[in-house]
Design a protein around this ligand. Structure first.
Ligand SMILES: [Zn+2]
Length: 94
């Protein structure tokens, strides 16, 4: 996890973004998952279950800054998505 954060870059919004276009994926616990989800779970010593999604408070899906990540259920994420659309930002759901 530390090497992941070290190779990422801090942008002007305080986001720690990985150098990939899509949200960074990696393999842990024998399956592939998104880097930000991994970072959140490690930082908070939590194993997120399938009904829980790791959300970005900053709405930057490439961001892996643990301070910008929060946990929610799928419904929260849907509300986030509607909120983003209402604000004219067209990003896909997690
Ligand atoms: Zn961020």
């Amino acid at each position: 996890m530390n090497s992941l954060l070290r190779e990422a870059e801090l942008n002007e919004d305080g986001c720690v973004v990985t150098g990939t276009v899509q949200p960074r994926k990696l393999r842990f616990n024998g399956r592939q998952d998104r880097a930000y989800r991994f970072v959140y779970c490690v930082r908070n010593r939590l194993a997120a279950n399938r009904d829980q999604v790791v959300r970005h408070r900053c709405h930057n899906r490439r961001c892996i800054n643990p301070e910008h990540l929060t946990i929610g259920d799928r419904r929260d994420n849907l509300y986030d998505e509607l909120d983003r659309r209402a604000n004219g930002v067209d990003w896909a759901v997690l």
